[in-house]
Design a protein around this ligand. Structure first.
Ligand SMILES: *[C@@H]1O[C@H](CO)[C@@H](O)[C@H](O)[C@H]1NC(C)=O
Ligand SMILES: *[C@@H]1O[C@H](CO)[C@@H](O)[C@H](O)[C@H]1NC(C)=O
Ligand SMILES: *[C@@H]1O[C@H](CO)[C@@H](O)[C@H](O)[C@H]1NC(C)=O
Ligand SMILES: *[C@@H]1O[C@H](CO)[C@@H](O)[C@H](O)[C@H]1NC(C)=O
Ligand SMILES: *[C@@H]1O[C@H](CO)[C@@H](O)[C@H](O)[C@H]1NC(C)=O
Ligand SMILES: *[C@@H]1O[C@H](CO)[C@@H](O)[C@H](O)[C@H]1NC(C)=O
Length: 423
């Protein structure tokens, strides 16, 4: 199209006249400290009009992990504040409110650079449990769960070996027992066979019980994230990362999909099959008069090949592919997902770990940080980390602190946004 619109004509004449012109409406300054503390930085009007020439490097085929602060904006020096901040506030009124009067971000533990996943808080033991998907110890493949003991100050990091041993956990949940999505598929780690499955851990005895390990004989791909509905049904996602990342010795036997599992009957039903790589799954609190909302993230922008003959090839990141959270209405009988709509295209990387706060705000991991969105998906606040986050969990009597786990780090956020008390 060679038709010039009036704006481009204006800019063209301004440039040709020798005077450099930024567009009318350019936001200035883009960023300013709006704490205390000084680690809280507000982005004015979402930096919706940046001064030229700005540029953010995309990724089409690699593992290059760009971050929002890496955008080059040489014509606004306030942009330097963005990289240094712990908290980026996009909606000043609601953002500062959810941060509370004295928000803090603290890097608490250094861990190896493997994926650390599935943080689950147990109020029974006042401990935070999480997994690691690659070990550093012998025997090879030895992968204990990691446990943060919150009964001591400062908290202590330890290990847990469940009985039976379950090495490669993905996700998460709940009070009396912890529900685990098992993502590994191998017949020799610890001398046992395991396949992608759903299991429970009793944190008082460390005993595990497997609830589901097949779909009519087929292996699941990667039981990734799950939530447990009040009625006992377990909703879970089944992407293909275990194959891409060599956590299973079997190529995918099923398409990517999300399911509803009823432990009392053993029945599994597909609830969604049009998401490229379904990953995080979470349910919103009950709001009177409204259907309950379920969110599922699509992390298809990070994927590999499923061809068995090629073997596990790892993953590549392509900015132009799916990295979006979708909302659905849960049907009145709590069995189906209706009215799929996209609500958030991640600003960084892909939206993996996904949970809903007590007030209905959506919280998601996205690259090197955690994003807080309102229930419509509008970004309010970003917590920035210096490591790639996988997931997070609220801890404490009122689910007031947020613990963040990922590759090489564990961090704690203190703020005023409480988590849902999960069943
Ligand atoms: C990245 O994804 C786009 C589709 O959005 C595709 O056309 C392109 O080939 C992909 N790049 C690579 C290197 O695979
Ligand atoms: C990635 O794509 C770029 C162009 O988009 C190309 O120059 C580069 O060689 C590719 N790298 C790999 C590892 O395929
Ligand atoms: C502002 O941008 C113009 C155009 O890219 C560039 O010539 C100029 O040097 C920039 N100014 C600063 C201070 O970076
Ligand atoms: C099972 O896992 C162990 C430890 O990571 C690995 O050495 C072994 O090759 C795996 N087995 C298969 C069949 O992939
Ligand atoms: C369960 O594991 C934890 C962490 O390793 C340990 O402290 C605790 O004693 C174990 N409990 C039982 C009943 O073995
Ligand atoms: C992140 O920062 C902490 C200190 O705040 C440091 O100990 C750690 O090595 C850093 N991690 C990375 C991956 O840079």
């Amino acid at each position: 199209m060679l038709q010039l619109n009036p704006l481009s004509i204006t800019v063209y004449f301004a440039l040709s006249a020798g005077a450099f012109a930024q567009p009318l409406g350019t936001v200035s300054p883009l960023a300013q400290i709006c704490g205390p503390p000084s680690s809280v930085v507000c982005i004015k009007k979402y930096a919706s009009v940046m001064p030229y020439h700005f540029f953010r490097e995309p990724s089409y085929n690699g593992s290059y992990e760009d971050i929002y602060p890496s955008t080059m904006v040489p014509n606004d020096t306030s942009w330097g504040l963005v990289r240094k901040a712990d908290f980026l506030v996009f909606d000043q009124a609601r953002g500062l409110d959810l941060l509370g009067p004295s928000p803090s971000y603290e890097y608490v533990f250094e861990v190896n650079n493997a994926v650390h996943e599935a943080p689950v808080y147990s109020p029974v033991t006042n401990k935070l449990y999480f997994s690691q998907l690659r070990g550093t110890k012998s025997p090879p493949g030895f992968l204990p769960q990691l446990v943060v003991n919150l009964n001591v100050d400062p908290p202590e990091l330890g290990e847990l070996i469940s009985d039976p041993y379950m090495p490669q956990m993905a996700e998460r949940s709940t009070t009396s027992v912890i529900y685990w999505g098992v993502s590994g598929g191998n017949n020799s780690i610890g001398g046992i066979e395991e396949r992608p499955s759903i299991a429970t851990l009793d944190p008082l005895t460390n005993k595990t019980v497997t609830l589901l390990n097949n779909y009519f004989g087929y292996y699941f791909n990667t039981v990734d994230d799950l939530f447990v509905h009040d009625n006992g049904d377990i909703f879970f996602t089944d992407p293909q990362y275990s194959w891409f990342n060599a956590l299973t010795d079997r190529a995918p036997q099923l398409e990517t999909a999300s399911y509803r599992f009823t432990p009392s009957t053993g029945a599994v039903s597909v609830i969604n099959d049009d998401i490229v790589q379904p990953n995080g799954i979470a349910i919103a609190p009950v709001v009177a008069g409204c259907p309950r909302t379920v969110y599922i993230s699509d992390t298809g922008a990070i994927a590999g090949t499923t061809q068995q003959s090629l073997g596990p090839q790892g993953t590549e990141f392509n900015t132009t592919c799916k990295r979006t959270i979708y909302a659905f209405d849960l049907s009145a009988n709590c069995k189906h997902l209706l009215n799929k709509r996209p609500v958030y295209l991640a600003q960084d990387w892909v939206p993996d770990g996904l949970k809903v706060a007590a007030n209905g705000y959506i919280v998601t991991r996205a690259g090197k940080g955690v994003d807080v969105l309102d229930s419509d998906g509008t970004l309010l606040v970003r917590v920035q980390t210096n490591f790639t986050v996988q997931n997070f969990a609220w801890t404490g009597a009122n689910y007031e602190d947020l613990w963040i786990v990922g590759n090489s780090g564990v961090a704690r956020v203190k703020w005023a946004l409480e988590g849902q008390v999960l069943k």
